[in-house]
Design a protein around this ligand. Structure first.
Ligand SMILES: Cc1cc2nc3c(=O)[nH]c(=O)nc-3n(C[C@H](O)[C@H](O)[C@H](O)COP(=O)(O)OP(=O)(O)OC[C@H]3O[C@@H](n4cnc5c(N)ncnc54)[C@H](O)[C@@H]3O)c2cc1C
Length: 367
């Protein structure tokens, strides 16, 4: 059985951020079930992320990666008139339209460069207490292996594989938001360049944004029971449906958008009731998965990955309350998010009787 100071489950942005901040001081093993980054749709990163990259000593390297600048958001929400929110007066400058697969690979490499030991592909399978340490079982290509460690950080995404084994419960107020998406190419037009566009409709909301490499993502966020089977995973059908919208349809037309891939994915928010305990921490989506309307997921993954690394380091140097303090910070994030997302959904009143919007009002009362 191998021994490590910290075992991190999941090498997405949260796991990589935790690993790269701990690895210079500690022996860190980073367990990831996929050998290569998952193909993801493009995602937007807000300007304030610049500060986290600077804190982690990665800003110059990140800027050199050449992700597309994001200058703001156009939305048709609560009114038929498009409203533009730009980052011109933002002290942090512009945000970014990321190539997610390339972003994840880059962060993983940064963690390994700083000394983290990758165990990939290796799937976390089981965890049990052994005195003051954990015995963590993983399944690699050549069979099962065991790791002994005093601290486990669960960065395994919204399923929170380790934290849930340890008894933490997911809470989601009955949410069933899903995302039907199409990733494709754009051949012309600059109408949507540098901006994310959001448009509310009776059954949910549409989203489109450019992705590096003259690509574009188109997505419909709605509830699982409202999506209609024909849209699930069919990029071309999604594009046809988007043509009926007043902002996004003309933009797709102008960009000569062609869907190359399509999919359906869960997008509802979920929270763990406890995101730390003796010798364990959950970070990133494992701690809080955000409704993508908030554009907060990646920022939280980086922030909580860094905070989890700091908490683990303090815990290992003999501060028993470090993991508890971490949990209080994450609970604070959750309460601010919950009130803001509810308030934002409440500003759309044009389809007050439609199930999608009615459910958002009821959920707001549950928080
Ligand atoms: C449709 C959609 C659109 C979004 N758009 C945006 C956006 O525009 N901006 C934004 O900021 N956020 C967005 N998000 C949220 C963002 O994608 C997540 O918040 C982010 O990926 C969280 O990072 P993470 O590292 O916590 O988890 P993940 O990226 O999910 O990484 C978890 C890792 O753990 C690994 N893993 C899981 N289980 C195991 C196991 N048992 N053993 C080993 N490894 C395991 C996985 O393979 C994966 O690599 C969006 C989310 C969705 C669903």
């Amino acid at each position: 059985m191998d021994s490590a100071d910290v075992v991190i489950i999941g090498a997405g942005p949260a796991g990589a951020a935790a690993a790269l901040n701990l690895a210079p001081m500690r022996h860190v093993v980073l367990v990831e079930r996929r050998a290569n980054g998952l193909q993801r749709t493009g995602e937007a990163l807000p300007p304030v992320a610049r500060r986290l990259f600077a804190d982690m000593g990665l800003l110059a390297e990140f800027l050199a990666e050449g992700h597309l600048p994001c200058h703001g958001n156009r939305s048709v929400w609560g009114t038929d008139k498009p409203i533009e929110t730009d980052f011109l007066r933002d002290l942090d400058g512009h945000g970014w339209h990321l190539d997610r697969t390339r972003f994840d690979d880059w962060l993983r490499r940064a963690a390994v460069k700083r000394g983290a030991t990758p165990l990939m592909p290796a799937r976390f399978d089981a965890i049990e207490r052994e005195g003051a340490r954990w015995r963590v079982r993983v399944v690699c290509d050549n069979g099962p292996a065991e790791l002994s460690t005093p601290v486990v950080i669960d960065c395994g995404g919204r399923r929170a594989p380790a934290a849930r084994r340890l008894g933490a419960q997911r809470q989601n107020a009955g949410e069933r938001l899903v995302c039907a998406w199409a990733l494709g190419t754009e051949r012309s037009g600059n109408r949507g360049a540098g901006f994310t566009v959001v448009e509310a409709v009776e059954d949910g909301w549409w989203y489109t944004a450019p992705v590096p490499g003259r690509r574009r993502v188109l997505a419909l966020f709605t509830d699982a029971d409202l999506i209609g089977k024909r849209l699930a995973g069919d990029g071309a059908a999604l594009v046809r449906c988007a043509m009926a919208t007043c902002q996004i349809g003309p933009l797709m037309d102008d960009a000569a958008f062609r869907a190359r891939q399509g999919g359906l994915t869960a997008a509802h928010h979920t929270f763990l009731d406890a995101c730390s305990g003796p010798g364990w921490i959950a970070a990133g989506d494992a701690s809080i998965s955000f409704d993508p309307i908030s554009s907060q997921g990646l920022l939280h993954a980086l922030f909580s990955g860094l905070s989890a690394a700091e908490a683990a380091e303090r815990y290992l140097t003999g501060a028993p309350d470090a993991l508890d303090l971490y949990q209080r910070v994450i609970h604070g994030v959750k309460y601010v998010y919950a009130s803001r997302v509810a308030a934002y959904y409440a500003t759309e009143t044009r389809w007050a009787a439609a199930p999608f919007w009615q459910r958002r009002r009821v959920q707001a009362e549950l928080f």
